[in-house]
Ligand binder design. Sequence first.
Ligand code: PEP
Length: 259
Amino acid sequence: MIGRGLPNGKEMRLLIAGNWKMNGLSGALDEVRAVVAALKACPASVDVLICPPATLIGPVGAEAGATVAVGGQDCHPKPSGAFTGDIAAEMLRDAGASWTIVGHSERRQYHGETDELVAAKTLAGWRAGLKVIICIGETEAERVAGREEAVVDRQLATSVPDGSTASNMAIAYEPVWAIGTGRTPTNDDIGRMHAHIRAVLVKRFGAAGQAIDILYGGSVNPRNACEILAVKDVGGALVGGASLKAADFLAIIGAAPAA
Ligand code: PEP
């Protein structure tokens, strides 16, 4: 993936990932069919991933084939056991997932997930052969208090396991206050934070840290995607609401810098 010579200092193929959250019945497969058909007609210069609810991983995978990767939205640290309602990374893999998201702020907020648990879930994803998107990001109160870098530093130190490389994970920087709100940081603020995250990754992982994708997430839409994806050190996007409609998701995919 290195050396593709993208503009704006980017050397890696971008990743555009859709997080459907708890949205999508079988009728939503029409949106997947539309995305796949458009990408087959006009192949994207980015990697595309859809993370539907677990109930749709198999059906989305059947529609997506090799055109779009499929992922889960969470996993349990253990491979099996008495954990009613949870899903193991091995089950995601068995259903056709090649990725899973962990540490999304909605999991941290509504399910009390700690940095340590997020790291354990990441290791579980790797154990099952999945690539993992590890989500980090500050709340509005933390940003107002000027603590955004300190929060991200703590999350990076404790949620991101040793052994992280571009081949087994990506970071998604998602300021909590930007998720689902229609508000985004300025492009300068995004650039500053991504540069900071890059520096932390390089300090810890050396050359491997240079290659790790750092996605931006939080109210990415067809109108702002082009500018956000052009920011240095933005390696792609994690997209919630705008990934639910094929037209919007395709517009975001099309806004990525060409390889
Ligand atoms: C998300 O849920 O990861 C997300 C970024 O949501 P939205 O794009 O809707 O803000």
